[in-house]
Design a protein around this ligand. Structure first.
Ligand SMILES: NC(=O)c1ccc[n+]([C@@H]2O[C@H](COP(=O)([O-])OP(=O)(O)OC[C@H]3O[C@@H](n4cnc5c(N)ncnc54)[C@H](O)[C@@H]3O)[C@@H](O)[C@H]2O)c1
Length: 258
């Protein structure tokens, strides 16, 4: 468990709809719960319907509204079908959070092309597919917030993560360009990225205790972050307070990249 302070950013998103990819666990689940608690109707996306049902149950039992949309985020036709369903049922999309991601680590000589393709496809292609579809829905209502979860590995090198670093740096470049393409006074759609540092989750659990301790020594705050602390960043960017923030890359990393 992380020693983050016990707090929650207070944001009112009632009447708004949100989609979160990778919402079955970890950071994505924390983001979905936070958006639901703030009053948004949350569409929870991952491949496993069973796991998504748990996220939906947690949101609804806390008094929020949520629905599961099982989908492989790399599958273009599945993404198209998902958006048709969302727009038919909800009529609008206000907030898109692109969070689904995987790692397939290995030093370059041992990294296979399949490992490369899988990581680029899940972490970068999916952000393109969902941002394109979400922006089309947002153009119709002339407003929207798109928040892409990148990583500190997209800002600085990390041996063993050439594929992951490339995908996350790609998300940063994509975010900055699309932020300039989509924004206008008449149609205030913003696009921002969050770069978490080391966050306690299933992904970091696989690193083992010794490596986790070594990582903490490289973080000025000397602890792992909590998924809820990333979710708080999403709440801010989705809120009215974040209306003038566009094309920004927000690190939530305990000072690691400072
Ligand atoms: N945990 C960290 O320390 C950390 C640090 C920086 C960035 N991130 C990023 O944050 C995001 C979430 O990380 P996490 O630690 O919660 O990971 P996680 O492995 O716990 O969860 C990943 C989620 O993505 C979903 N997913 C993966 N591939 C998918 C696919 N093809 N289709 C649909 N859903 C798919 C999984 O089902 C799961 O819900 C990722 O993009 C990750 O790169 C994590």
């Amino acid at each position: 468990m992380s020693e983050q302070p016990n707090r929650r950013v207070q944001v009112d998103l009632s009447g708004q709809t949100a989609l979160v990819t990778g919402a079955s666990r970890g950071i994505g689940k924390a983001i979905a719960l936070a958006l639901g608690a703030a009053g948004a109707k949350v569409g929870c996306i991952a491949r496993s319907a069973d796991k998504l049902a748990e996220t939906v149950e947690e949101i609804t039992s806390a008094g929020g509204a949520a629905e599961a949309f099982p989908c492989d985020v790399t599958d273009e036709s599945a993404v198209t079908a998902l958006f048709e369903k969302v727009i038919e049922e909800w009529g609008q999309l206000d907030i898109m959070v692109n969070n689904a991601g995987i790692t397939k680590d290995g030093l370059l000589p041992r990294m296979t092309a399949d490992d490369w393709d899988a990581v680029i496809s899940t972490n970068l292609r999916s952000v393109f597919l969902f941002t394109k579809a979400a922006s089309q829905a947002m153009m119709r209502t002339r407003r929207g917030r798109i928040i892409n979860i990148s990583s500190v590995s997209g800002l600085m090198g990390n041996p063993g993560q050439a594929n992951y670093s490339a995908s996350k740096a790609g998300v940063v470049g994509f975010t900055r360009t699309v932020a300039k393409e989509l924004a206008s006074k008449r149609r205030p759609i913003t696009v921002n990225a969050i770069c978490p540092g080391f966050i306690a989750s299933d992904m970091t659990e696989t690193l083992g205790e010794a490596l986790q301790e070594a990582i903490k020594q490289n973080v000025p705050l000397q602890r792992l972050g909590a998924a809820e602390e990333v979710a708080d960043g999403v709440l801010y960017l989705a809120s009215e307070s974040g209306a003038y923030v566009n094309g920004h890359v927000l690190t939530i990393d305990g000072g690691m990249t400072a």
